[in-house]
Design a protein around this ligand. Structure first.
Ligand code: NAP
Length: 253
């Protein structure tokens, strides 16, 4: 069924991304494992027997080089992400640059390489839920008419609010990770609408709390379990689009 489909996964030299590559390969996909660390990524790709490309999601040059290959992708999994300690301008800018703007840039750069009827997945998190925001900000994130530019502007408002030390009064939580993951769910909804004419499904997923470098050793879920939640959305055969899912079921947003 899924034979000879091609899928590209970001941030896949370790953790959930690597396991997503392994599971996709087991389902018959031609997999392109990507990473910012070329040595680690090549070693991981070799170990599981899949193709490799370097892709730092914050690098316009890496994205352009990949786009120039004019790959024929059936699937893009935006998995790369970081969770930094502390809360300051640098943490906020770096987290948003990788987790949100990076995923957006990779997706837009590779859109011409994604076949009509293809699939895009954003790896979000339960931390992407909207309960920590003011009703006004919640309404803006979840506005069904939200555009890509309005979403980027909303995230920019958070960055500016932190810089001016007024983000709490404005209704934002003091967590760059939370904002980045909420923005990814919103982005999945925006792109699902925009890409519907091409039959491209776009969904966000939560892998649960998973034992990886990021999740730590106390996490209750294995990397296999976490990756399955991602692979479910990656291998959808129906028209499901614009949702946020954990383990194949709608997640609270
Ligand atoms: P991880 O083991 O720390 O892996 C994160 C991956 O992202 C690494 O391969 C890392 O590369 C890569 N990455 C970071 N910045 C990048 C960049 N600029 N360009 C390309 N790749 C980059 O964490 P994980 O748990 O597998 O996380 C995978 C995804 O799941 C993330 O989006 C995370 O937010 C999400 N998630 C995880 C959990 C959890 O409990 N683990 C829960 C909810 C959501 P390096 O090796 O070079 O650093």
């Amino acid at each position: 069924m899924a034979n000879h489909l091609t899928g590209l996964v970001t941030g896949a030299n370790q953790g959930i991304g690597l396991e997503v590559c392994r599971q996709l390969k087991a389902q018959g996909y031609d997999v392109i494992l990507t990473s910012r660390d070329e040595r680690a990524g090549r070693a991981a790709a070799k170990e599981i027997g899949v193709d490799y490309r370097r892709l730092d999601v914050t690098s316009a040059a890496d994205i352009a080089a990949l786009a120039a290959e004019k790959l024929q992708l059936d699937l893009l999994v935006n998995n790369a992400g970081i969770s930094m300690d502390g809360f300051n301008d640098n943490v906020v800018k770096t987290t948003l640059a990788i987790n949100f703007l990076g995923a957006l840039a990779v997706t837009e750069g590779l859109l011409p390489s994604i076949r009509d009827g293809g699939t895009i997945v954003f790896v979000s998190s339960g931390m992407g839920e909207l309960h920590p925001y003011s009703p006004a900000i919640r309404a803006r994130f979840s506005d069904p008419k939200l555009t890509r530019d309005q979403l980027v502007a909303l995230v920019d408002e958070f960055i500016a609010g932190v810089h001016a030390n007024r983000h709490t009064q404005e209704g934002w939580p003091s967590s760059a990770y939370r904002v980045s993951k909420a923005a990814l769910v919103a982005l999945a909804k925006v792109l699902a609408r925009d890409l519907a004419p091409r039959g491209i499904r776009v969904n966000a997923v939560c892998p649960g709390w998973v034992k990886t470098r990021m999740g730590g050793r106390s996490a209750p879920r294995s990397v296999e379990q976490g990756a399955r939640s991602v692979v479910w959305a990656a291998t959808l055969q129906d028209a499901t689009t614009g949702g946020f899912y954990r383990d194949g079921k709608p997640a609270t947003w």
